[in-house]
Design a protein around this ligand. Structure first.
Ligand code: ADP
Ligand code: ZN
Ligand code: ZN
Length: 816
């Protein structure tokens, strides 16, 4: 028996079913710990960064373990608890653990491997080379090395390995593996006086008597030092003194100044500047109730109406947790919407707050990661979007899920298709920490769980500071059209209210949900509207840029002058989106400033913040926007909210359409009258008697809940039934159909009437791939794990059928 073999199982950021085993030395085995990164060879010539998952002595049976390339960390970069949580995600959401790793890691942590091809100067037998090989050879005469991806470009094909392999055998080229670490902490140069000159200012000035400029710089150094004990930045000193860097260099050379570098954080909030406000009586009662509930049952749903001051209550909760030395995770649905929240929380918590989201640079994210891992004082509170639940918390005490009903907590593509609220509940359990789900309009699932005693429930029904709930009115569009009281998309009622509001210098928010009702152009002669060549959808009109765009794949073209189908020049715009509303406003209110908030106007890191700030500072009088506007914003001077058309939301083909409409309308209405004066809300609709609109106007969440939950029961939907959705994609329509039918039939055998489909979705082709969907509904008594296990078995059978292998099958657990 040999005892001198050592192995590690390595988790790679790839959609693989299992970990791979690599051979290590005994010394490496002694050094390595679970959670450290290693660079390992994988496949023919790739090198990947992976995570040590297991350290052991069992040689793999079916393949030869390769050696690792390199150890990349001195200490683990993640925690074992974190790995355990990832494993739960992978098993619950039916995806590979490597996919969770990929989603969790800032990409700078995953070293890049680029295979580099080098020329061999000794090679002379050109005649041996094939024509492809000759092209590569020639390219290497001009530059000393090229990457494999460049080779692919030169030959304009993907499969370049065979050619390269031959060339290696011929010794025409060599390969070089290059690994480099991308993450570099930001270094800042500081200046200090050489110790030899300490306390010798007079002597020093004498010594420098012949250099006026060096003397000035030294004097400036001393006066800055007298002001603050902090290390002095070189850049700052040069700015303050107005002296050039060359002069400073001179002082360095003379051994008077010493320049040293320190790592600094890219993002820093400074000191807290404000006490968390004292709570009102209502708020204090809510806070105490939440505390009692989480003591008993760990999970609390906090149902507080818009403007009830949930944020301040959270702040008190968080303070208590960080005082006990524990970490807080504050989850928000979308970072674009958190500019205001960051500012508010940063005032209370200063530097103890870290922010983690996709608009931060890779390096910024890596920094936050490290702070959390080390349990540093800078990351006591982590404010982040859904992927923040994948961070390396070491002693988590509390998770807050703000606006827990928001759809953006669910990741749809790519895998892991997880729900951050639900994965958060599991994370809290693993850490034995508390979790609070907050919303003015809780999701039906959460309210259902609260009603059934699974979560505790705390309600706060009054706004902070005796502010009244807004007054909501419905405007009947049918009648307005009949009586010719419409100007464009505006009823006279809405226009009058807007004028009155603007007259007293208050602000207006207009809400236009563009989803499912995009502006497009259509031919008046034959009715055809231009389609995307890659997807089965009409192109959307973007007037400002004079182009038509596909919202699924990004395809765009100029607005045509004539109909593609019949050649008629009679083309006109149909439907309306935010852009068109903005245009109408420009003519209706030429003397007022109009702003627009939607995906098109908020690109870039600060795109969103700019518009929000302009509105906050009163530089914009009327703000038009999409559902972005409905989320958690707090403007003091908005007293009128107008909804241009509530109907397209209500008619959206989705079992949650009614619930979502209620949430969206209630939230957007909640932006009105948040200060003293009661706000006003006008909702334009063709269906003023729709029960959802009635419930919105009377703020009847519970009634809405009762009705919807019984509909869900009657039609076998969540939360009574669970749902798993399969999405199949392939570019060959017939093959896709055949595959979908096979899978559908096989699953129908076991799931019977609760298997729906295969069906084609409304948009049946995206990016040239056809799409089919299959839905598995799981009745309350059927075991979810068994269902998943069976599904996995059938899918393995499907994958084993050769011709189906190329069909992509995505599994989405809890697909809602
Ligand atoms: P919600 O998130 O519940 O919609 P917010 O937390 O935005 O409500 O609070 C609404 C407004 O009331 C905010 O402007 C907030 O600053 C203010 N507010 C809430 N609680 C207090 C308090 N205890 N003291 C002072 N201002 C408060
Ligand atoms: Zn036409
Ligand atoms: Zn497209």
């Amino acid at each position: 028996m040999l005892f001198d073999s050592y192995f590690i199982d390595v988790l790679l950021p790839l959609p693989l079913e299992r970990q791979f085993t690599y051979r290590i030395t005994q010394e490496e085995s002694d050094f390595l710990e679970i959670g450290m990164r290693v660079a390992v060879p994988f496949g023919k010539s790739k090198i990947y960064t992976g995570i040590v998952y297991k350290i052991h002595q069992q040689e793999p049976q079916i393949y030869d373990a390769k050696d690792i390339e390199q150890i990349l960390d001195d200490t683990p970069i993640l925690t074992e608890l974190q790995l355990k949580h990832w494993a739960w995600i992978s098993s619950y959401y039916m995806c590979a653990l490597g996919e969770v790793l990929k989603a969790a890691f800032p990409s700078v942590f995953l070293l890049e491997s680029e295979t580099i091809v080098l020329s061999n100067p000794d090679f002379t037998d050109h005649d041996l080379l094939s024509s492809d090989a000759y092209l590569i050879y020639e390219a290497l005469q001009r530059q000393s090395q090229i990457s494999i991806s460049q080779v692919s470009k030169i030959l304009s094909k993907k499969q370049v390995f065979p050619t390269l392999k031959t060339m290696i055998a011929q010794e025409a080229i060599r390969l070089k593996e290059e690994i480099y670490e991308q993450y570099q902490p930001k270094m800042v140069s500081y200046i200090r006086l050489d110790t030899a000159w300490e306390n010798k200012l007079e002597e020093l000035l004498k010594f420098l008597s012949r250099s006026e400029k060096q003397r000035t710089l030294v004097l400036c150094y001393f006066s800055e030092l007298a002001k603050s004990k902090n290390p002095l930045k070189k850049k700052e000193l040069l700015q303050k003194s107005g002296i050039s860097a060359a002069v400073c260099k001179g002082l360095e050379k003379k051994g008077i100044f010493e320049v040293y570098e320190l790592q600094t954080d890219r993002v820093s909030f400074g000191e807290a500047s404000q006490q968390i406000p004292t709570l009102s009586t209502d708020q204090s009662i809510a806070l105490e109730n939440i505390k009692t509930i989480v003591e008993q049952s760990d999970i609390c749903l906090f149902h507080g109406v818009t403007g009830s001051g949930k944020t301040e209550i959270y702040a008190h909760l968080m303070q208590q947790v960080i005082d006990q030395g524990q970490q807080v995770l504050f989850l928000v649905p979308e970072i674009a919407l958190t500019t205001q929240l960051i500012i508010r929380l940063q005032r209370f918590f200063g530097d103890q707050l870290s922010v983690y989201h996709s608009k931060y640079s890779q390096n910024e994210r890596a920094e936050v990661w490290n702070h959390i891992l080390k349990g540093s004082a800078k990351a006591k509170i982590v404010l982040g979007t859904r992927s923040a639940i994948l961070l390396p918390f070491s002693h988590l005490g509390l998770i807050i899920v703000d606006e827990e009903h928001e759809a953006s907590y669910k990741q749809y593509d790519p895998a892991p298709r997880y729900h951050a609220r639900d994965a958060g509940i599991v994370l809290a359990k693993m850490h034995k920490s508390k979790i609070v789900l907050g919303s003015a309009t809780p999701s039906l699932e959460s309210f259902y769980n609260a009603k059934n005693g699974k979560y505790g429930l705390v309600s706060l029904n009054r706004r902070f500071g005796q502010v009244q709930m807004p007054n909501i009115h419905l405007v009947d569009l049918k009648e307005k059209h009949k009586k010719k009281r419409m100007t464009g998309h505006f009823s006279d009622t809405l226009l009058t209210a807007m004028k009155e509001t603007l007259e007293v210098k208050e602000q207006v928010i207009l809400f236009q949900n563009r989803r499912g009702f995009a502006p497009l152009i259509a031919c008046e002669t034959c009715g055809v509207s231009p389609q995307c060549p890659n997807c089965d959808v009409s192109l959307t009109e973007h007037k400002f840029k004079h182009e038509l765009r596909c919202h699924y794949c990004g395809y765009h073209r100029a607005i045509p002058l004539k109909c593609d189908a019949c050649g008629s020049a009679d083309l006109s715009s149909k439907g309306f989106g935010t852009e068109q509303i903005e245009n109408e406003l420009l003519t209706l209110f030429p003397d007022h400033h109009i702003g627009r908030l939607d995906l098109d106007t908020t690109r870039g890191k600060y795109g969103y913040a700019k518009i929000i700030e302009a509105f906050q500072h009163g530089e914009i009088d009327i703000l038009v926007g999409t559902q972005m506007l409905s989320k958690g914003l707090d403007f003091k001077n908005v007293t009128l909210v107008g909804v241009l058309n509530a109907d397209n939301m209500l008619n959206f083909p989705d079992f949650r359409a009614h619930e979502r409409s209620f949430q969206m309308l209630t939230q957007v209405a909640g932006r009105s009258g948040r200060n003293k004066k009661q706000g006003q809300v006008l909702i334009q609709t063709f269906n003023p008697y729709h029960q959802i609109l009635q419930q919105v106007t009377t703020n009847s969440y519970v009634q809405m809940y009762e009705e919807q939950i019984s509909d869900r029961r009657n039609f076998f939907y969540p939360p009574h039934f669970r749902m798993i959705q399969l999405t199949l994609k392939h570019k060959d329509f017939n093959l896709l159909n055949e595959g979908a039918d096979w899978l559908g039939k096989s699953l129908k055998n076991s799931f019977g009437k609760h298997l729906l489909g295969p069906t084609s979705p409304a948009v049946a082709r995206v990016r040239n791939l056809y799409i089919k969907k299959i839905l598995i509904k799981i009745p309350p008594k059927q075991s979810v794990p068994d269902t998943k296990a069976h599904l996995q078995k059938v899918q393995n059978m499907f994958d084993a059928i050769g011709r189906f292998r190329a069909i992509r099958v995505n599994i989405d657990v809890d697909a809602y």
